[in-house]
Design a protein around this ligand. Structure first.
Ligand code: CA
Length: 508
């Protein structure tokens, strides 16, 4: 005998319906946004219209900043690899050995595979994840590659510096789609922009996505399509003219990405965050390997901020940045402190993603600062902790400590002296001591820099000696051109960036 299925009581059905409606309403009020996270490479702070560029035009970025927020105190690390590591882990790179320089092309190390990365966190919460562009967190072993670290889709370069047209570094192709080498024609900025547009067109409103769009522009080598260079014929200095074309092309591609979001009807549910990975290059030591610096005037402009890429001064890590989400972000200028490590917990919170699987984060959720301009929960910025130098900001006070002999300590009040011209260390010995103790405390927690271990290993390897002979050709030794990597750590008077020549470039 068949039994009749039991009917669900009417009042229970009504309760379920009410619950579902409440959930949908909550979701509509707090939808999980798509996140388009756009990173430029070595862009000068003042090389965008929204920070006052007058010779380079960036109308698309300016529109994002005008309709959203422009950040005045958005910090990164001062070089590519450390910043990208901070973004992906939400943790300072000194914690896992990526605090010093970038991962060199011949090196085989990468970002610790025990870190629980942002794309893993978002993917676990149901996001589609994609990296389109530059990775630079390990390339010599596939275990370090982005597809192995939480990205569903990958397109672009594994290392850092590549030719914009051949997509190679020292003759080695560095251009991949889903881990497979890609040989194709085209200018990287335009290829990456077109791929991002294609990716967005393939998405649906049903499943949110995280797109990490990391252009290699305007990093060296300085190359741009001729039509872009021609737009800037009025710029007399030839490298600045090319650089302007590179930035203009970057801006155009970002405009196409925003247009694709509009066309797809996704714009109102998409958070766009844009920032550079570090300050513009002002020191030839950090300009990369692929540009003949004897013929090049470094073109980046960090405005009034001191020095640039690779430095602990503000020009190294206070970067051009803006964010946009129509209806969710109140258009304004945001002065609150934000560091690259903060994006991980901020994005995770918006995505409803749990961060507990990972190690303790250095980042804090700064969404109320971004969206409403509320005071930032961040009161301290660690610029870096390396065996030979470190710097910290607490409130308005900033300490730069170079521990190589001869040691030096600089203390600045960034509220009254944002351009770091007046060293107040001698007048505030107690403050200096307290901030040094903070850096020493972090130094005790720090991992050894993998770059220094690598460099020492290469330098001390038993190779063929180079011995000269009278009357013979001198051996091809390493050429002692330019300063060494630790020179910045020794003092402030390097030959490329002194307060005097900065003042000459930026009269105030
Ligand atoms: Ca960079």
């Amino acid at each position: 005998m068949k039994t009749q299925p039991r009917r669900v009581p009417r009042h229970l059905l009504a309760a379920i319906a009410t619950f579902v409606c409440a959930c949908l309403t909550a979701l509509a009020a707090n939808p999980r946004p798509n996140i388009v996270h756009i990173v430029a490479d070595d862009l000068g702070w003042k090389d965008v219209g929204f920070n006052g560029a007058t010779d380079i035009r960036t109308p698309n970025l300016d529109a994002l900043a005008a309709g959203g927020v422009k950040f005045t105190q958005f910090y990164t690390q001062s070089m590519c690899t450390p910043t990208r590591a901070a973004l992906m882990t939400g943790r300072y790179p000194f914690r896992y050995g990526l605090q010093t320089i970038v991962i060199p092309g011949p090196a085989n190390y990468g970002l610790d595979t025990t870190e629980y990365l942002l794309p893993q966190c978002l993917k676990d919460a149901g996001y589609t994840t994609a990296i389109i562009g530059k990775w630079h967190l390990g390339h010599a072993d596939v275990k370090y590659w982005p597809r192995q670290r939480g990205f569903d889709y990958q397109y672009g370069a594994m290392i850092g510096e590549l030719d914009y047209y051949t997509h190679s570094d020292a003759g080695v192709l560095d251009w991949f789609r889903n881990n497979k080498p890609v040989k194709e024609r085209g200018y990287t900025t335009q290829l990456l922009g077109a791929d991002a547009v294609k990716f967005i067109r393939q998405q649906s409103a049903q499943k949110p996505f995280y797109l990490y769009l990391t252009f290699n522009a305007p990093h060296t080598p300085y190359q741009a399509p001729q039509d872009y260079i021609d737009r800037y014929a009025h710029i007399a200095e030839p490298t600045r003219r090319i650089y302007a074309g590179m930035v203009a092309c970057l801006d155009d591609e970002i405009g196409k990405v925003v247009a694709a979001l509009d066309e797809k009807g996704l714009r109102d549910n998409t958070l766009i965050v844009f920032h550079s990975d570090n300050g513009g290059t002002r020191n030839a030591m950090f300009a990369g390997q692929m540009t003949d610096l004897s013929k090049t005037v470094l073109p980046c402009d960090n405005g009034p901020y001191r020095d640039g890429k690779g430095s602990l001064f503000e020009g190294g890590s206070r970067v051009a940045a803006c964010a946009n989400w129509p209806g969710r972000i109140k258009p304004q200028t945001v002065d609150g402190l934000i560091h690259a490590v903060d994006l991980y917990p901020t994005f995770a919170a918006l995505a409803g993603a749990a961060t507990g699987k990972g190690k303790p984060l250095d980042g804090v959720n700064v969404w109320s600062t971004i969206a409403e301009g509320q005071p930032s929960p961040r009161t301290e910025v660690i610029y870096n902790v390396e065996p030979f130098r470190a710097a910290v900001r607490q409130g308005d006070w900033k300490l730069i400590w170079r521990s190589l002999i001869p040691t030096s300590v600089e203390l600045y009040n960034l509220a009254t002296d944002p351009y770091e011209q007046s060293n107040l260390a001698a007048a505030h010995p107690e403050k200096v001591a307290a901030m040094q103790e903070r850096l020493n405390e972090l130094g005790r927690e720090a991992a050894k820099p993998l770059a220094l271990i690598y460099v020492a290993g290469v330098g001390l390897a038993h190779g063929k000696p180079l011995i000269a002979s009278e009357g013979g050709q001198p051996p091809a030794a390493v050429e002692p051109h330019g300063p060494a990597i630790t020179d910045e750590g020794v003092g402030v008077h390097d030959q490329f960036e002194t307060p005097e020549n900065q003042a000459a470039r930026h009269p105030r």
